[in-house]
Ligand binder design. Structure first.
Ligand code: GLY
Length: 396
């Protein structure tokens, strides 16, 4: 029924077919309220601690310094709470925690500068246009660019003697800082590095089924891949869930940033692999690795689900049509699971983090079935993206 006819029927007292209810959309306000209450508790609990929250170990909260790869996510989540609620209280907290990362503007020790700065200062800049945030981001883009090597055509992820030149799929996530820096400064070099990196990763990181290796170790002399392995997955040839999610998010973001059809095609291929995977559980929250031993009793990774959901919402808009609708449906299923008591922590529990049941590094024996600060960040991002996507295309 079109809206005018509905309005006339309503005015005449005739029954009007209700618009189909969107359970997730209805849950978002109370979930944001619950998240705000939980993070109020977090702020009170960590007051006076110079660090930033990352996870829990043995039931105790683990705090990290600015150089930890996860340092940007807590300030980023505070920015999302400010965006969702408009409350000045969250802006003040977000600004204070963001500024703890100032020294990262000159950090060249690994590739994580994009995660650290773009989630914190990047969201701060997007929402407030505070001039010195921009300066930090541009310095950070310069620092990250120092890790690019043109013979390989990629940014070196780690300085780790196990590999001469390791590049991990996660590194795709750092490219948004570079595309932003070019758009903001007019200096095309940052964007060129991002595009070279995405092209090199596209050529070497993916298997024929669109799943991704975690680590490609390059020979920096020849620029060719020497080894394809894992660091955090079950085996070298398995599909580590968060790695697949980073790839999906990374190519979706690069498709948006560059309009390059091959990036969009890759994001769609990855989404197809994940959506049709026979071992994606019914609640659409992946096991920590799609090839994990012990499925169906293997631990889940809610962080992978949150990253995937956020990426799928954006990809649904880029893909459009029936495929776009199916991708949005999958993201909705994931978020319905994550907003349920099965994954969303009761108030005051879970070290004051939002989501339960994540896996950081199972083969390393670390962070198994715990909260992770980046799960919370992409969860909040996904909720805001979902609300915006559904509002811009209401159900017919
Ligand atoms: N980027 C590190 C991880 O996903 O665990």
């Amino acid at each position: 029924m079109n809206m005018r006819i509905a309005a006339v029927c309503g005015a005449l007292g005739m029954p009007v077919a209700a618009a189909p209810a969107d359970e997730l959309l209805e849950r978002i306000p109370s979930t944001i309220e619950a998240a705000a209450a939980q993070y109020e508790g977090m702020l009170a609990a960590i007051q006076g601690d110079p660090g930033l929250p990352r996870t829990t170990a043995g039931g105790k909260r683990v705090m990290v310094g600015p150089k930890d790869w996860t340092s940007g996510f807590f300030p980023g989540s505070l920015w999302y709470l400010h965006e969702a609620t408009k409350a000045p209280r969250w802006r003040e907290a977000a600004d204070a925690y963001t500024r703890r990362l100032d020294s990262i503007r000159h950090f060249t020790g690994n590739h994580d500068v994009g995660f650290m700065l773009y989630c914190s200062y990047g969201n701060g800049w997007r929402l407030t246009k505070t001039p010195d945030y921009r300066d930090v981001l541009l310095d950070g883009a310069k620092a990250l660019s120092t890790r690019f090597h043109s013979a390989v055509g990629a940014i070196k992820s780690w300085d780790n003697p196990r590999w001469k030149y390791p590049v991990i799929i996660d590194n795709m996530m750092n490219l948004e800082l570079l595309t932003w820096a070019s758009a903001e400064s007019g200096d095309a070099r940052f964007r060129d590095i991002a595009v070279r990196h995405a092209d090199t990763t596209l050529a070497n990181h993916f298997r024929p089924d669109a799943s991704t290796w975690h680590v490609v170790g390059y020979d920096p002399e020849t620029g060719k891949p020497a080894v394809k392995q894992t660091h955090q997955g079950a085996t070298d040839d398995s599909a580590w869930a968060r790695g697949q999610a980073w790839g999906l998010y990374g190519y979706t973001m690069m498709a948006r940033e560059t309009k390059n059809p091959s990036y969009l095609a890759q994001a769609r291929r990855i989404a197809g692999f994940l959506a049709k995977h026979p071992r994606l559980p019914a609640d659409a929250v992946p096991y920590w690795d799609f090839d994990a031993p012990g499925i169906p009793d293997a631990p889940r990774d809610a962080s992978a689900a949150a990253i995937m959901a956020s990426a799928l919402i954006e990809l649904s808009g880029l893909a459009g049509g029936d495929e776009g609708k199916a991708l949005l449906d999958l993201a909705r299923r994931q978020l319905l699971s994550l907003t349920s008591p099965a994954y969303l922590a009761p108030k005051g529990e879970n070290g004051s983090f939002l989501l339960m049941h994540c896996v950081g590094h199972l083969p390393g024996g670390k962070e198994i079935d715990v909260p992770l600060v980046y799960a919370d960040y992409y969860f909040l991002e996904a909720l805001l993206r979902y609300r915006a996507a559904v509002r811009s295309t209401p159900p017919k």
